[in-house]
Design a binder for this molecule. Structure first.
Ligand code: GCO
Ligand code: MN
Ligand code: MN
Length: 389
């Protein structure tokens, strides 16, 4: 294999313990791979060249572990991190697996459940900070409904806001330098989940007491499930200064949550996503939230992890080619030229400008007649991605 595409720490490639640790079970079939301990998984990630490892509280420490068992697990995990040089950039809380969360966590109708969720999240934040995490992800796994008869959705949003405000204050009170990243998903495991897309999340964040602490963690598969253009959602987050983290994976539109290897399904969408992140100098983790096919054994899990990173780096190379391709740049240059016309109308509103725009004699017919050459531009893009340019 070409060494040009080897992962390096500067690429900030990370995986969750739950991703490479996935045992291949699904609603129709049992585990196909043996469980691996967090320590095993750290060594596996180091072997394939990852930069970091992320976890849910219970990926590391089982929910029923005794305090002394928890101490031993933490000690062993820290040693594995030290031995390998892997870091923990992100941590999160499992608020969906245990039956107590069958009707959600922060939006449950039961005050005991909502407060247990706060307790579990605060402990999970303590654990994440202890391991060095600077980003804390919130994925509301069961924050939703099957029937809207049971909950007023406005009340649910209020409950969610109360929880986020409380936890922001907790982070500030403890002096934690944590940024929160909210991850949207339209459905699954619930019939419908609240704040279904990255756009919904951005709207919600603006209503919090400390919006500056809170951004988003968009995931490819989640926006594809909703039939949306993922790059456009990520662009909105970049523009708002809210892209704190990203979950990279792949799948076709309209399917269940497949969590395929990055680039496994739609290379061209993956190309435009890498282009967006690289053109806008995204500096956060490139986190792969995906897992190996159920057909794979432990070796296949390594193929999966290497494949995610390698595809990202190959596409990054294609982005450089696109950005330096004379024919492509000539076509883009013509678009820029059109954009820079009418400089006298640029900038903020003034009465003078308003009157000039109102009075300007636009040649509607002549402007409409000009083709834009997007066919050629797109074909050249395909040729870059296909490797013949
Ligand atoms: C999913 C989600 C999760 C979250 C994880 C971190 O569809 O199951 O993507 O994998 O990303 O819980 O919060
Ligand atoms: Mn997901
Ligand atoms: Mn995710």
């Amino acid at each position: 294999m070409n060494t040009k595409f080897e992962p390096k720490p500067e690429h900030k490639f990370t995986f969750g313990l739950w991703t490479v640790g996935n045992k291949g079970n699904d609603p129709f079939g049992d585990d196909v791979r043996k469980p691996q301990s967090p320590v095993d998984l750290v060594y596996l990630l180091a072997e394939v060249g990852a930069y970091g490892v992320n976890f849910h509280d219970n990926d590391l420490i089982p929910i029923d572990a005794s305090p002394s068992a928890a101490e031993t697990i933490k000690k062993d995990f820290k040693k594995a991190l030290q031995d390998t040089g892997l870091v923990v950039p992100m941590a999160t809380t499992n608020l969906f697996y245990d039956p107590i969360f069958r009707d959600g966590a922060f939006t449950s109708n039961n005050a005991h459940v909502r407060n247990f969720a706060l307790q579990k999240t605060m402990r999970s934040m303590d654990l994440g900070v202890e391991m060095g995490a600077e980003v804390f992800v919130f994925w509301g796994g069961r924050e939703g409904t099957e029937t809207d008869a049971a909950k007023d959705p406005v009340e649910s949003i209020k409950r969610m806001r109360a929880a986020m405000n409380f936890l922001c204050e907790y982070a500030l009170d403890q002096g934690y330098k944590l940024k929160f990243a909210l991850e949207a998903k339209p459905n699954e495991p619930r019939g419908d989940l609240y704040n279904a897309t990255t756009g919904h999340m951005l709207g919600f964040i603006a209503t919090l007491d400390h919006p500056e602490m809170v951004g988003v963690n968009p995931e490819v598969a989640h926006e594809h499930m909703a039939g949306l253009n993922f790059s456009h959602g990520v662009a909105q987050a970049i523009d708002a200064g809210k892209l704190f983290h990203i979950d990279l994976n792949d799948q076709d539109f309209g399917r269940y949550d497949q969590d395929f290897r990055f680039g496994a399904v739609n290379l061209k969408r993956a190309f435009f996503l890498v282009k967006l992140l690289e053109d806008h100098s995204y500096t956060g983790s490139r986190h792969f939230d995906a897992h190996a096919y159920r057909t794979e054994d432990d070796e296949g899990v390594k193929d999966f992890a290497r494949g995610c990173m390698r595809t990202y780096l190959i596409l990054k190379d294609k982005v450089d080619r696109f950005n330096n391709d004379p024919e492509i740049q000539k076509l883009l240059g013509e678009l820029k030229r059109m954009d820079h016309e009418l400089p006298e109308f640029k900038g903020p509103y003034s009465q003078e400008k308003m009157k000039a725009i109102k009075a300007h004699p636009f040649d509607r017919k002549a402007i409409s007649e000009k083709g834009l050459r997007y066919e050629l531009l797109d074909q050249l893009t395909n040729e870059v991605v296909l490797g013949v340019r």
